[in-house]
Design a protein around this ligand. Structure first.
Ligand code: ADP
Length: 498
């Protein structure tokens, strides 16, 4: 018997499929990545080819294994994490999707969602699923497939078709059709799953006209789901979680009050609320974070900023005042403060706590002394202010006090941003040395699911080096800045409304 020493994470993202192999301590040993095709057949529509997703995912897994020279028997388990909500429908016999996968970003069912809201279903759906009615979630996408792909409804009703999110399709393919399952965190993003009972909701399946025979079994996020022979040997698939929930686990936010923020193109904050779902008063989503093999369920509150690192891309590509994203830090450091400049990057409206689709971006406080350095600094600060607003909203909704914020994502490498974040939130900000927290979370769920780790305490003992940013701003200054930011944010509300 060879020693099991590796955990293999399949990180199936919106633009690329990646595989990362981790050692026991969470150290990265091998990485492979491939992009796949994005299809935009009409304005507002986004599609993927699920076969291409599977092929690229399998190819990167082989590549990462070969790079490391790992033997299949040395791999303790596979963990899967994925773009959430994206909807795949396939033929149970051939495994072929019957139409392109409808991606979470696709807005084709937005009008139908408006009609659901007009019927007064918002409250019922929120209480059952924790979600606000939106085209993001899988339910209306799956209904669209059944209504619009010729023969789909009849075939679904006769039990020939299966539905799944991307994790589910990967598991089905990796187990060569033996296992049709998804985990609670992915199920919670479909708008068909009752997060209180942790079962598919019959009323919602009826409402959307979805035959229950299409639906996967819902399993814990950690624990053996099936075995694959496709990478050599017979390797257990023992972890499965949506990308944001996996990142929360990868950041070791195992207990209620643990919170992480991902500074990517957009920003995603998740707060672990423990074993009870907290229903937001302020438009945040309630979701299942994970269920472990010991039956322990954790829920989370989730909020997002539509434009986070994307504001830095705008400085680079739109304004051309920096050449690369990392330059935003050195340029902003050339001025001691924002010089009274505030930027509200409401390029596509504002999310929580404002929820205004009509808001648009603006720059406030420009004087003759304003320089490009101030603009860059104000842009970085806007990322921190928006993160503060989310954090504050979560604290209020959950009735808890947050003690520290863990961070990851591309822009979390910016030290100036994180120091300012610490000042504005008046909290320590903690950045792990491994910012690949999504893949790490999937690997850790898988390791826990096979007994490679004995419990979450053991995982936490491998947290490794962290960089900590402590607050140092005085209260008066902080309040002044926040009040100016809120004045700016309020000024852009309703901008494009007739
Ligand atoms: P995603 O997974 O959403 O594609 P990433 O986590 O890879 O995003 O982060 C990329 C984003 O982070 C980009 O929007 C980029 O502008 C921003 N970014 C990357 N490095 C920095 C930096 N040093 N300072 C500020 N923003 C950065």
């Amino acid at each position: 018997m060879l020693t099991k020493k590796y955990l293999l994470a399949l990180d199936q993202g919106t633009t690329s499929s990646r595989c990362i192999i981790f050692g026991r301590g969470g150290n990265i040993l091998s990485v492979a990545q491939r992009e796949f095709t994005q299809f935009y057949p009409q304005t507002g529509w986004v599609e993927h080819d699920a076969l291409e997703i599977f092929d690229t995912q399998l190819a990167v897994a082989h590549e990462a294994i070969e790079k490391l020279g790992a033997l299949p028997d040395e791999i303790a388990a596979i963990g899967i994490t994925n773009q959430r909500e994206t909807t795949v429908v396939w033929d149970k016999t051939t495994g072929k999707p019957i139409c392109p996968a409808i991606v979470w970003q696709c807005r084709r069912t937005a009008d139908y969602c408006d009609s659901l809201k007009a019927q007064g279903l918002t409250d019922m759906i929120r209480k059952k699923t924790g979600l606000i009615i939106d085209a993001y979630f899988s339910a209306t996408k799956l209904r669209w497939v059944l209504e619009n792909v010729p023969g789909a409804r009849t075939r679904a009703e006769s039990g020939e078709l299966l539905f799944g999110t991307v994790d589910c399709y990967l598991i089905w393919r990796l187990t060569e059709g033996r296992v049709h399952a998804t985990d609670v965190s992915n199920a919670a993003r479909t708008m068909l799953f009752n997060i209180n009972t942790l079962e598919w909701d019959k009323d919602l399946l009826d409402l959307f006209g979805i035959p229950e025979s299409m639906m996967p079994a819902v399993v814990p996020s950690s624990g053996v789901i099936g075995y694959t022979k496709m990478l050599g040997g017979n390797i257990p698939i023992a972890g499965d979680a949506g990308d944001q929930q996996a990142a929360l686990f990868g950041q070791c936010c195992f207990e209620a009050g643990g919170v992480k923020n991902t500074y990517g193109t957009g920003g995603f904050m998740l707060l672990n609320t423990g074993d009870r779902p907290v229903f937001s008063e302020n438009g945040l989503l309630t979701t299942v974070a994970w269920k472990l093999g010991n039956g322990k369920v954790c829920y989370a509150l989730e909020g997002s900023t539509f434009v986070c690192g994307a504001a830095v891309q705008w400085l680079r590509d739109g304004l051309g005042i920096i050449k690369k994203a990392s330059e935003s830090e050195t340029v902003a450091m050339k001025v001691p403060d924002n010089g009274g400049v505030y930027i509200v990057p409401a390029f596509v409206g504002l999310g929580a706590p404002w929820w205004d689709a009509y808001a648009r971006g603006a720059i406030f406080g420009i004087t003759r002394g304003t320089t490009k350095e101030h603009i860059v600094r104000a842009t970085l600060e806007s990322m921190a202010y928006q993160t503060y607003d989310l954090l504050y909203t979560m604290e209020k909704d959950a009735g808890t006090t947050i003690n520290a914020l863990k961070v990851d994502g591309g822009a979390s490498s910016n030290n100036l941003l994180l120091s300012f974040q610490a000042d504005i939130c008046s909290l320590p900000i903690i950045r792990p040395s491994c910012v690949e927290t999504t893949a790490l979370g999937a690997a850790r769920l898988a390791g826990l699911g096979t007994g490679f780790y004995s419990d979450t305490d053991e995982i936490a003992s491998f947290r490794g080096e962290e960089t900590r940013f402590d607050p140092s701003m005085d209260e008066k200054k902080r309040n002044e800045l926040l009040s100016m930011w809120h004045k700016a944010a309020k000024s852009v509300l309703g901008w494009t409304k007739e």
